[in-house]
Design a protein around this ligand. Structure first.
Ligand SMILES: O=C(O)CCC(=O)C(=O)O
Ligand SMILES: [Fe+2]
Length: 365
């Protein structure tokens, strides 16, 4: 049944509980933003205020040649400053990137009941979850976003359980990206004094997830948010965004590309992938690498898609700053914890910038 846009409960049930998503709501014809989606002024994104991050993308093919050290330095510097960078020549075929975006649009255009079967309450598999916003039950204002999340265990299970419409391209994206993630982590961990033979890369990327985010057009992007301020929980994120733009990152300290507290837009670059540091890498590096706070603006003209791959350690893994770094720094900024406890805290609360890291922070630090 069509909901009343004015009645918060009726709208919530239609969008969240019945699985129609923001897409279902927008498809009914919507001339103004419903109250449930109105962000408080401090969370709104004023487009005119922000600049584009002008840093050129890093050419990853050079990691295999005589320029290795120079490129490694660029990667380390980007992880230490903004926590976000773009890469090209990453070995993920550019036509696969195009197929991924088309596939995401096609999937979210399916009738609501085809997607709603993957709502967490009813999904036939714990590996696949379709939803909307982040933690709708806990949010004061909902995010203007629908998503599908696919957890990777092995190829056979992915082929069996991931939605048939998207599984092949999603799996190919994961397969072709993971080698790049390993190379980036070799560089980043190497810079922290971790020798290749001590490398625990497999442990750090044990859990992998491919998501597809869908941001339907919004009648007034100034009032809403696609994704609220957050950092990613895991080790490294690989993100494919389309050409629409709207991904903003907060600068934590004055730098040559902007001032502390300023939001810069990560501009779409055809063929490039966005890489960002997650909370786990910030903690392991004892704060050297930055899990950057980011958020997404909605658009009024065309729906936007983005496709992140999240890499995460095993949930039973104990996490703490690396001993090599603590020894050098003389102090640990984060305590040891088991990842599952961090995850419960992260996924149990609405997005609130980098507050997720407080879970592990040592107070005096
Ligand atoms: O849509 C985007 O560009 C970013 C999405 C994001 O931050 C996320 O899924 O964690
Ligand atoms: Fe994110």
């Amino acid at each position: 049944m069509a909901p009343s846009f004015e009645d918060g409960n009726s709208l919530f049930n239609f969008v969240v509980r019945d699985g129609n998503g923001v897409k279902g709501m927008v498809d009914l014809g919507l001339s103004k933003v419903p109250q449930a989606y109105m962000q408080p002024p401090k969370e709104r994104i004023v487009k005119e205020d922000s600049r584009k991050h002008g840093q050129p993308p890093i050419d990853l093919s050079k990691l295999d040649g005589p320029d290795h050290d120079e490129v490694a330095k660029e990667i380390v510097r980007a992880a230490e400053t903004l926590g976000f960078f773009q890469v090209v020549n990453h070995a993920v075929p550019v036509d696969l990137l195009e197929s991924l975006k088309d596939t995401a649009h096609n999937f979210f255009s399916l009738p609501p009941e085809r997607k709603a079967v993957y709502r967490s309450e009813v999904s036939p598999t714990p590996l696949v979850k379709y939803g909307t916003s982040f933690v709708p039950e806990k949010e004061k204002a909902l995010e203007w976003k629908d998503y599908i999340s696919m957890q990777y265990t092995n190829d056979a299970e992915a082929l069996e359980h991931w939605p048939v419409e998207i599984r092949d391209v999603a799996l190919e994206f994961l397969r072709t990206s993971i080698n790049m993630v390993r190379k980036l982590l070799e560089v980043l961990l190497g810079n922290l004094g971790v020798k290749p033979e001590d490398s625990m890369i497999d442990v750090l990327i044990d859990k992998k997830m491919v998501n597809m985010n869908y941001y339907p057009t919004c009648p007034d992007p100034d009032l809403t948010i696609g994704v609220g301020r957050h950092s990613d929980m895991g080790t490294l994120t690989v993100l494919l965004q389309d050409g629409i733009g709207g991904l903003y990152v907060k600068i934590e300290e004055d730098a040559d590309f902007g001032k502390k507290g300023e939001w810069v837009e990560i501009p779409p670059i055809p063929g490039a992938l966005v890489i960002n540091v997650g909370d786990m890498l910030q903690i392991l590096s004892n704060g050297k690498y930055r899990s950057a706070e980011h958020r997404v603006r909605t658009t009024s003209t065309k729906s936007r898609v983005s496709i992140p791959i999240f890499t995460i350690p095993k949930p039973t893994q104990k996490i703490a700053p690396l001993p090599q770094v603590v020894k050098k720094d003389g102090i640990a900024l984060y305590r040891e914890f088991v990842l599952i406890d961090y995850m419960k805290n992260f996924f149990g609360n609405a997005h609130d910038g980098k507050k997720s890291l407080d879970f592990a922070k040592i107070d005096a630090a």
